[in-house]
Design a protein around this ligand. Structure first.
Ligand SMILES: [Zn+2]
Length: 173
């Protein structure tokens, strides 16, 4: 009985340690497109290759931090971020805190013809994750202006989202 208790305790401790050790997106809804995109985004957030690509970026617009510094912040963040549905969609997603990403089901992951594309959805989730990590502090250290990508391509959320999108398209881990 006592051995069983110790075994259960260590299994619990191990699983706690694993789930707390890195950025993780959590989705408990029933939409398969969202669930698939969240799973893929979590694989990317666990990928060494992903952080290597971020570290190659010397500077971002609207930030004084290097790719190395932003990658370090993302890799050291042991944050669980819930992906929830946005009630009144204006943009396809928005993030204003470190623990919640709001997505619009009617706009999330869609290409210009209105078709759901996994790589676009993952780009959005990783872009929003960058905002969430920024919100572990002020939320303004590595962000962008406005809701459109025009002229904002070289900011951290857009560049890092694009890295994730390319990884999905090239099927990289
Ligand atoms: Zn953004």
């Amino acid at each position: 009985m006592r051995a069983l208790f110790i075994l259960l305790l260590s299994v619990f401790t191990l699983s706690q340690g694993r789930s707390q050790s890195h950025l993780t997106l959590i989705y408990t809804g029933s939409n398969n497109n969202v669930a698939g995109a969240v799973q893929k985004a979590n694989e990317i957030l666990n990928s060494t290759f992903f952080y290597e690509q971020i570290r190659k970026i010397a500077k971002f617009d609207h930030s004084s931090l290097t790719g190395q510094q932003v990658a370090d912040r993302m890799q050291s963040a042991s944050q669980q971020i819930r992906v929830v549905r946005k009630i009144k969609p204006i943009a396809n997603a928005s993030t204003k805190t470190s623990d919640k990403i709001k997505i619009s089901r009617s706009l999330f992951g869609l290409d210009s013809t209105g078709k759901f594309v996994l790589s676009i959805a993952v780009n959005t989730l990783i872009h929003e994750t960058v905002h969430a990590v920024d919100f572990l502090n002020t939320g303004s250290e590595f962000t962008h202006d406005g809701n459109r990508s025009d002229g904002q391509e070289n900011t951290a959320p857009w560049m890092i989202g694009d890295i994730a999108e390319r990884m999905v398209l090239e099927n990289r881990q």
